[in-house]
Design a protein around this ligand. Structure first.
Ligand code: NDP
Length: 296
């Protein structure tokens, strides 16, 4: 009994990746080299290794150059920063992505801050965050950027829409709110200390859930015309006999899809957009570094 349209992030991401791949040959002709993305993985967290692998594959599939750098879990802060400095200076590298989280003994913020803002395709340096807050051109974090593209595709102009972003992380919630504000939505940011969250969400035309709590957002929180973007990726405990539990979002899909006008599924919604936007940021960084106009 699904009423909401299910937003196909996988298909949207595939078309975005295809458009990116279409632009690459002209860049190669103009500059004599392919746009290059360097991904740095410190330690051997299995989930991070999977993400890094799929980023590398998608980069190559778009016709770009992929550089993968692995440091052992025992790497020192100086070693990580020295590698980032080398990549900053490397003319073949347009984008640098430091895969997070870093092993616990390392200072993430300090490491990220050493990335050249012109190559900061994850949009996480203080300079990128400052540019986003000021509303000037810079690199925007990939996941919220992907959410914005899905929302604009669905709704067109977001001017005057009431948006509630649940979550205020540096990676998702805060930049999401800044992007929606930049698109002239009226934005409320909710977090763990917010009072009467269901009532707040009930007023929203746009709901973005980035919390990390399985199926927290319920059907009776949602205004019938709302568009719901579910950023959460949570694995439930395995059902009897199964090796792995099911992946669910921060939104109760069964309940909310019976009320909302549109909703992103998990998986297949926001997730695929993140990598596509990483490629887009790399392409944009490459054009800016080469003194070319931003690609369309
Ligand atoms: P964080 O843990 O960094 O942030 C979670 C936010 O949710 C915090 O601001 C926290 O509030 C808030 N929060 C926690 N509990 C509640 C509550 N009960 N009510 C209201 N707000 C609450 O997570 P991220 O932003 O990094 O990620 C969020 C989710 O998105 C995760 O499931 C993650 O796996 C997923 N994700 C998916 C990506 C994708 O590509 N699709 C990319 C990145 C993340 P407070 O600040 O007060 O603690």
């Amino acid at each position: 009994l699904t009423h909401a349209d299910v937003i196909d992030g996988k298909a949207f991401a595939a078309s975005l990746r295809a458009r990116i791949a279409d632009v690459v040959p002209a860049f190669v002709t103009a500059t004599g080299r392919a746009p290059g993305l360097a991904v740095v993985l410190v330690g051997d967290d299995p989930a991070s290794a999977v993400y890094v692998g799929s980023k590398g594959k998608a980069t190559l599939a778009a016709g770009m150059a992929s550089f993968e750098h692995r440091l052992p879990a025992t790497a020192t802060q100086d070693e990580v920063e020295a590698l980032l400095a080398r990549l900053n200076a490397d003319a073949a590298v347009d984008g640098i992505l430091l895969q997070l989280p870093l092993p616990g003994h390392l200072d993430e913020q300090r490491a990220v801050a050493t990335i050249d803002p012109g190559k900061d395709v994850d949009g996480l340096t203080p300079v990128s965050a400052g540019r986003l807050a000021l509303g000037i051109a810079g690199m925007v974090p990939c996941t919220p950027y992907g959410c914005l593209l899905l929302l604009q595709d669905r709704l067109g102009d977001l001017s005057g829409k009431d948006a509630v972003v649940i979550g205020r992380s540096i990676l998702v919630g805060k930049p999401m709110a800044a992007l929606l504000l930049g698109a002239n939505a009226t934005v409320t940011i909710a977090h763990s200390r917010t009072k009467d969250l269901p009532d707040l969400v009930r007023r929203a035309d746009i709901v973005v859930a980035a919390v990390g709590r399985p199926e927290m957002v319920k059907g009776d929180w949602i205004k019938p015309s709302a568009v719901v973007i579910d950023v959460g990726i949570n694995r439930l405990p395995p059902a009897d006999g199964a090796a792995k539990g099911r992946l669910v979002g921060d939104v109760d899909f069964a309940e909310v899809s019976a009320v909302a006008s549109a909703i992103t599924p998990v998986p297949g919604g926001v997730g695929p957009m993140t990598i596509a936007c990483l490629l887009r940021n790399t392409l944009v960084a490459a054009h800016r570094r080469a003194g070319l106009a931003d690609p369309e």
